[in-house]
Design a binder for this molecule. Structure first.
Ligand SMILES: C[S@@+](CC[C@H](N)C(=O)[O-])C[C@H]1O[C@@H](n2cnc3c(N)ncnc32)[C@H](O)[C@@H]1O
Length: 349
């Protein structure tokens, strides 16, 4: 059975910032709510990264997380790619790096802001358009307005705002802290930037289908002073064809996005494929309540109409739970506030 928690947002705290040096992260105990506190320790967070604790009051729990560089894969073969150029992952190294699939030999050249890892990348004459719910975010105007008013309007639907949403999801992400995280459908990157600055993850991938959203994200990063660019990459990809090796990802976050995806089941199945056993999926969306929930005929009619028209597909809580379950994810839990829902489910261990 799913656990549903109703929250009082006035009691949610803003994230406290750990001090991050290139490979060492010092976490204040207050940013790790229910971890063991009060000892001094140095623990393994991944095969390549150590999260070191600071004397007196810092602790990080040992999580079994994935190594970084191996996660990007060819979106056609799902097989590893060879890196040509800079050998480390960073926002600044994308433009000078190419990725070559070891199997089909297709080369993906880094653009200024992102790697284009869509299946059709590099095609000269072939173009593809998605449903309206995807295409609308590809326009320069919507991408520009997104973080300048559009997203803020979600507050009317019960969304508490990015900082508080991040604070809420941290509880869900506890088992995978120290690992890599994909911010799927990141938009202009408000969450992936928070993830990077929190220092809680060894790698942050900001992924979206919209070139203009990714460019916005890049521009925001470039405007920030001392943004931690190392171990942060921007990737253009379709949520239904994720360029990651199977079982290579520790966490996938998808904020306010599932209702925009052309096929939520294909997308969640992809997320499930790339998550490693014990990996966590956390997402938020607008919930749909009402008679549609209970009358099967109305439910199917509503889904068909929304999918045919290409507009947003809002789901009921039980549909979200069923969707996760159908795609092999377990332990569905959610928090609700008005039409806002944040839910999580994980890949079985
Ligand atoms: C409402 S925005 C959410 C942005 C951000 N995650 C947030 O919490 O505000 C929805 C995002 O989903 C992306 N999106 C829509 N269809 C997609 C697809 N097929 N693959 C990947 N991203 C997609 C859009 O480009 C857009 O950036």
């Amino acid at each position: 059975m799913a656990t549903v928690t109703t929250i009082n947002f006035s009691s949610v705290f803003l994230p406290s910032q750990p001090v991050v040096t290139s490979r060492r992260c010092f976490f204040k105990t207050s940013s790790l709510p229910s971890f063991k506190r009060g000892f001094v320790a140095k623990v393994r967070a991944s095969s390549t990264t150590f999260v070191e604790t600071k004397p007196s009051e810092t602790i990080v729990v040992e999580n079994d997380v994935s190594p970084n560089k191996t996660i990007l894969s060819c979106p056609i073969c799902y097989k590893p790619v060879t890196w040509i150029g800079d050998s480390f992952l960073s926002v600044g190294s994308i433009a000078s790096t190419s990725l070559q699939c070891n199997t089909c030999k297709k080369t993906y050249r880094g653009k200024e802001a992102y790697f284009d890892l869509t299946a059709a990348s590099g095609a000269k004459d072939y173009g593809e358009s998605m449903p309206l719910s995807t295409e609308v975010f590809r326009t320069p105007l919507v991408s520009f307005l997104y973080e300048r008013g559009w997203r803020q309007n979600f507050i009317w639907g019960g969304f508490p705002g990015p900082e508080k949403e991040f604070e809420l999801m941290k509880d869900y992400l506890k088992p995978v802290l120290g690992g890599n995280i994909i911010d799927a459908s990141c938009g202009s990157g408000m969450f992936s930037r928070l993830f990077a600055k929190s220092g809680l993850f060894s790698l942050v991938v900001a992924l979206d289908y919209s070139e203009n959203m990714l460019q916005q994200c890049y521009d925001f990063i470039k405007k920030e002073e001392s943004f931690p660019e190392e171990n942060y990459v921007l990737v253009r990809a379709d949520i239904s064809r994720l360029p990651f090796a199977s079982s290579s990802v520790d966490a996938v976050h998808a904020g306010a996005a599932i209702h925009c995806w052309p096929s939520p089941s294909t997308a969640v199945a992809e997320i499930s494929r790339v998550l490693r056993p014990g990996g966590v999926f956390v997402a938020s969306t607008f919930i749909l309540d009402g008679p549609y929930n209970f009358i099967p005929f109305l439910r199917l009619y509503r889904q068909s109409m929304m999918q045919i028209s290409g507009t947003y597909l809002f789901l009921a809580e039980r549909e979200l739970e069923d969707l996760c379950k159908a795609c092999g994810l377990v332990g569905f839990t959610c928090i609700r506030n008005g039409r806002f829902v944040m839910f999580t489910a994980s890949k079985p261990k």
